[in-house]
Design a protein around this ligand. Structure first.
Ligand code: CIZ
Ligand code: SF4
Length: 303
């Protein structure tokens, strides 16, 4: 199929189906190009819940489509490749959280959005990389805080809030590929550049960054900063969006190794198939959905 045939077929079918296409900031350029909206997982889930569209083609990974389904149960949420998962989210199960609850019965449980719906159902608060620090700061109780599953994000939150945090041993296999030496090399090559890093990065990388921010904050920062050159320490897919929105600035990936294979599974072909078949659907059953939604709403309430 010729590129334009594919794009026009997707556009026509999208209209016929009353669908919108949402794409995460890490998606392939060919997916970003045909998306109605780009964003981080929470921005996209919020768009999903506010739109009139009845069908959401969610181009991201499984937990993100689940989050959209939790927030809008009356819509059909389709993940064009059902095998697009998140290894970090798979590093903890609901059973693990229950065991932690037994071990720390008095603790407040905070979980990163990168978790399954079953795990979210066991939490007091859900958070994202945009609001993790603010959320933990705002927990006024003196109880211990358990933060799962990302040990690096937990470490960063503890450092920024000065609160002691009990963490889990999860991590993002993509972000840990960015090394301290990558930042040192890129800074030498581009001495004027600012360094922005995702809080899923290892501590040594975070220590060298000018800004430690989520992808949605990276998008904002890059459009507002006076810096003309920016070294980007996160999954490389975001560079396409950053370049497109800031044609007069130069972006350098901190490491070309930082590629999330799961984020690259979705293609235009798979989006077309998803629109044709209206599957694979991601649906969170009511029993889990109601509990998981509470943790997400608790986040909205406190911030
Ligand atoms: O919440 C998201 O979308 C994730 C996982 C990362 C980010 O910073 O956007
Ligand atoms: Fe999961 Fe890391 Fe991929 Fe994000 S970049 S989806 S945290 S594996």
């Amino acid at each position: 199929m010729k590129f334009n045939d594919l794009v026009s077929k997707i556009k026509k079918l999208k209209k016929d189906r009353g669908a919108i296409i949402l794409a995460h900031n890490y998606q392939l350029p060919e997916v970003q190009e045909i998306a109605d909206f780009l964003g981080d997982s929470l921005e996209l889930s919020r768009i999903a819940s506010h739109t009139d569209a009845k069908v959401i083609i969610f181009c991201g990974v499984h937990f993100m489509a689940e989050t959209a389904s939790i927030l809008c149960p009356n819509k059909k949420v389709i993940l064009p490749d059902i095998d697009a998962g998140c290894p970090m989210a798979d590093m903890i199960t609901a059973e693990d959280v229950k065991r932690l609850r037994d071990k720390y019965p008095e603790a407040v449980f905070v979980g990163y959005v990168n978790t399954s719906a079953e795990v979210k159902a066991e939490l007091d608060f859900c958070c994202t990389s945009t609001n993790a620090v603010e959320l933990v700061k705002n927990i006024k109780s003196k109880r211990e805080i358990v933060f799962i599953p990302d040990k690096y994000l937990a470490d960063y939150v503890s450092q920024k809030t000065g609160k002691k945090i009990i963490s889990w041993h999860g991590f993002c296999p993509t972000h840990i590929k960015i090394l301290k030496e990558d930042i040192i090399r890129e800074k030498k090559l581009h001495p004027q550049a600012k360094v922005i890093a995702h809080p899923e990065c290892i501590r040594e990388v975070i220590g060298l960054a000018d800004e430690v921010i989520s992808t949605s904050k990276m998008v904002k920062f890059c459009s507002q900063t006076d810096a003309k050159e920016i070294i980007v320490a996160t999954e490389v897919g975001i560079i396409y969006r950053l370049k497109k929105e800031n044609p007069f600035k130069t972006f350098y990936p901190a490491s070309e190794r930082a590629i999330c294979p799961n984020m690259k599974r979705i293609t235009q072909e798979k989006i077309l198939f998803a629109l044709e078949d209206l599957k694979p659907e991601v649906y969170v059953a009511d029993r889990i959905r109601k509990k998981a939604k509470k943790a997400i709403e608790a986040m909205f309430k406190i911030l």
